[in-house]
Design a protein around this ligand. Structure first.
Ligand code: PRP
Ligand code: MN
Ligand code: MG
Length: 180
């Protein structure tokens, strides 16, 4: 599996350091707010898992499964709710956790939906931000790293559902795409 990676963009250690930094900031900003931390499955799962362990506050967690990519490498532009939250968000401070923002469509859709559901506040923490991919104007409140306009995998990010379990973020060898 690791043999499919051409180069590592962010090592396990760099990811860990960034997660600690973001966790400290969120601990300050969400003191006494009892935020609802919303993981956007499946990509956000490894990042969320590490991030919440660095947040020294009371919080709740819930998950939504939203899909926009299917099995390809290019966003289809459609957002589909596969699994909704179990929690009523009215009056709550929401912290949406993403692995990456690309076109911005997924978060644009979710932010509108949570405002409609009367959340008190909706903020975004994303591990990766790919500004060149943007189709709708969405900005994250907390960003781990900016990434170039390349297809990246690992630490939650998949190619055809694979590589989510890589401990780092990397770029695939071109022949991996050509095989498909
Ligand atoms: C990916 C990623 C983000 C979204 C970003 O999820 O995890 O959720 O796409 O793209 P966008 O800004 O263009 O909307 P995907 O839909 O592939 O589902 P997954 O997390 O289950 O892989
Ligand atoms: Mn996702
Ligand atoms: Mg995906």
């Amino acid at each position: 599996m690791k043999n499919d990676i051409e180069r590592v963009l962010f090592s396990k250690q760099e990811l860990a350091e960034k997660t600690v930094e973001l966790g400290k900031q969120l601990t300050e900003d969400y003191q006494d707010k009892n935020p609802l931390v919303v993981g956007i499955l499946k990509g956000a799962m490894p990042f969320l898992s590490d991030l919440v362990k660095e947040m020294d506050i009371y919080l709740e967690m819930d998950f939504m499964d939203v899909s926009s990519y299917g099995n390809g490498t290019v966003s289809s532009g459609e957002v589909k709710i596969v699994k909704d939250l179990n929690t009523n968000v009215e009056g709550r401070d929401l912290l949406l956790v993403e692995d990456i923002i690309d076109s911005g469509r997924t978060l644009n859709y979710l932010i509108d939906m949570f405002k409609y559901r009367k959340a008190r506040s909706v903020k975004i923490v994303t591990l990766l931000d790919k500004p060149e991919g943007r189709v709708v104007d969405i900005k994250a409140d907390y960003v781990g790293f900016l990434v170039p306009n390349e297809f990246v995998v690992g630490y939650g990010l998949d190619y055809a559902e694979r590589y989510r379990n890589l401990p780092y973020i990397g770029v695939l060898k071109p022949e991996i795409y050509e095989e498909k």
